[in-house]
Design a protein around this ligand. Sequence first.
Ligand SMILES: Nc1nc2c(ncn2[C@@H]2O[C@H](COP(=O)(O)OP(=O)(O)OP(=O)(O)O)[C@@H](O)[C@H]2O)c(=O)[nH]1
Ligand SMILES: [Mg+2]
Length: 299
Amino acid sequence: MESLYERMKDKLSKTTESFVSSVNNALTAKEYDEDFFEELEETLLLADFGMDTTLEIVETLRKNLKEKSIKRKEEVTTELRQIISDMVNLPIVPLQTPAILLVVGVNGVGKTTSIAKLASIYKNQDLSVMVVAGDTFRAAANEQLDTWSQRIGVDIVKSAQGADPSSVLFDAIQAARARKTDIVICDTAGRLHNKVNLMKELEKMKRIIDREGEGFHKHHLLVLDATTGQNAVNQAKTFNEAIDISGIIITKMDGTAKGGVVVPILNELSIPIEYIGIGEGANDLIEFEPSTFISLLFG
Ligand SMILES: Nc1nc2c(ncn2[C@@H]2O[C@H](COP(=O)(O)OP(=O)(O)OP(=O)(O)O)[C@@H](O)[C@H]2O)c(=O)[nH]1
Ligand SMILES: [Mg+2]
């Protein structure tokens, strides 16, 4: 069977191949002068590192090359690799049970699909899982989660469309306590009548978990779509202000060249990326490993 590394290499190839070749191009400069730094800056921007993170990388590299009198390509590459590596190297705290995961994100990013994938991962670890249909806004949302829960074989708590998601969540927490469920994963709406409403609703759901979820480890997972590039960074900032995000899932890393966006997300938010989505199937969610990502970027 294909190793996990090979699978990642294959799925992330659009991101990594363009990065590897363009960074290599920049690094084959005759001299590491202003022209080189300019080309590197362009390369990093094109790789979706974002303006702030790009400038930070270029400035740090400029300083390090000068201080250490570095002139050889191999050494410059090592420095660059180390700077980016330091940015993405956030430790992940292992999940302890029982836990409640509140999964949030704007519409269409892949929340419901990621919940199904997470449920499948935990079920395979012999943990009992309950999914909660907390997206009561969209008519088909219940059904979508229901179909997944049957396919994977996990519990579901749901309610009628238009119901208060916080009351569904309340019921789910009581049920999880009674059934001694290990992991409760709550879906949420990605769109309400407007953004302020959505944030208010998520804040309310967080309060219910804080109030009713005594004894449960509490996590707020944000789902971001890699294909949206810098928008994902902005979404992360907005959601983090509202409900204190503890971990991030980046979806749709397959088939996009914008996977470099994980670097500004980690660097500018300091929130760990726990998983990445690499397809639409139940097995297409894998743990994000900073060191593997760096190896793929630098070939
Ligand atoms: N290629 C690919 N597609 C994905 C991935 N994750 C989710 N999708 C697809 O993205 C689409 C939206 O996924 P959903 O899980 O319904 O997204 P959502 O955030 O729950 O959307 P709303 O409930 O409308 O807010 C679906 O077609 C998924 O199959 C991924 O990692 N890779
Ligand atoms: Mg959904």
